[in-house]
Write a protein that binds this ligand. Sequence first.
Ligand SMILES: [Zn+2]
Length: 385
Amino acid sequence: MTSCRVCRSPIAVASYEASAPALTSMMSFIDVPTRVFVCGECGHAQCDDLPDIESFYDTTYRISLNSQDHDQIFAVSPDGTPIYRTDHQAAIGLRLLDIAPGASILDYGAGKADTLRKMCLARPDVKPHVFDVSRDYAASWSGWVKSEDQASYTVPDTWTGRFQAIISHFVIEHVADPVGFLKALHRLMAPGGRLLLSMPDASANPGDMTVADHLNHFSRTSLERALATSGFQLQTIDSDAFPGAFFIVATRSEQAVTVVENSGAVADAVRTAKEICTFWERATVRLDGAAKQFAGKRAAVYGSGFYGSWICSRIEADVDFRIFLDQNPKLQGSVHLSRPVLAPSNLDDDLDVVFIGLNPLKARAAIAAQPALNRPGLDIVWIDG
Ligand SMILES: [Zn+2]
C-alpha cells in the first residue's frame, strides 16, 4: 500500500515489480528493486522513494558536468547535425514564456543552467537567478549570474514573490512531493508570474517508467491536478516540441484553481500507464530468453542510453557483448559499462547479433535507416518482440 504523490489516494498494489538492481537516469545501477504504482483517481504513475535521496542529488547526480562541452543531444537533424537539449529548451522557453522586459527569472533545479544562460544571450535585459540542491554547479554560474542571485540547498526568504518567470527543466519527475515542489514555486513567483516546466512523457517514451530516480510519471490528468492543487492555472501543454517530453506553461493564480473532472481522461491515463508496465514485463522475459538463445554469440547493443544500458544488464552474463553502437557523435569514442561506444557504421562483420536499445516507438524507423545493420546473416533483437 502506498499513496499517490499527487492526489494522496491510496494505491493498493504495484503494476510493475522488478528485482534489484535498478537503473538510474545517469545510466548507473543502484541496489534497489523497481516498483511502479498507478493511481486510479488521477492517472499518476510513480516509483518508490530512493534511499537517501538528498545525498543522491548532492553528490551523485552530476548531469552534464563531465566536460564543458558535453551536452545531451535530444535529436539529430537529417543532415546529421546534432541538436542539443539546452539550445532547444532555451528556444522553447523564449517562445512559450513571453517574458516581460527586465523580468526576474529563476532556473529552479538549474544544474549548470545552460538553458537559462542561452535565454539570456537572446534576452540580455532579463535578470537571471539560479537554484540547485548541490554546490557542484556554482562554477558554471559565475560570470553571468550575480552571486546574490545564486542559491544552493535553500532558497533565500528575500526571493519570495520575486519572479515574473520560473523555468524548471526535467526536475519535477525526481521529487518525492511534486505538489509541495509546485507550492514552493508558487511562493517564489510574483502574482501573474508564469512557470515553464518540462518532464518526461512516459506514454511517448516507455523507458521512462522504470528509471529509478524518476519518482513521478505524469499524465496530462495528474499534471493538471498537481498544478491546480498548487495554485497554478495550466495554460499550455505541449507534447510535440520535445520528443518524449511534456513542456507546460502555467500561471500563478491568486484564487483557488479547480479542475474539471474528466473520468474518461483519467481512465485513458491509467490504461496507458498499465500498458507500459505490461510492456516492461514482456520485455524482461523476452530479453532473458534472447540472452539464452544467443549465449556465447558476439553481440553489439545499439544505443548507449537507458534502453541499451538496461539490455546490457540483462544479457552480459550470457552473451559475448562487445560494443555499443550510438549515432550520438559526442558519445562515440567513449567507454560505457566497460564497452567502447562506436558509430553504427563501424559494425564489425564478425558480429552475430545486435540488440536494439532504443525507444521501441521509434526503433524500427531508426534501424531501417542504418545500412550496416541490415546485412544478411545479422540477427536483430527488438525489446518489444
Ligand atoms: Zn492520484
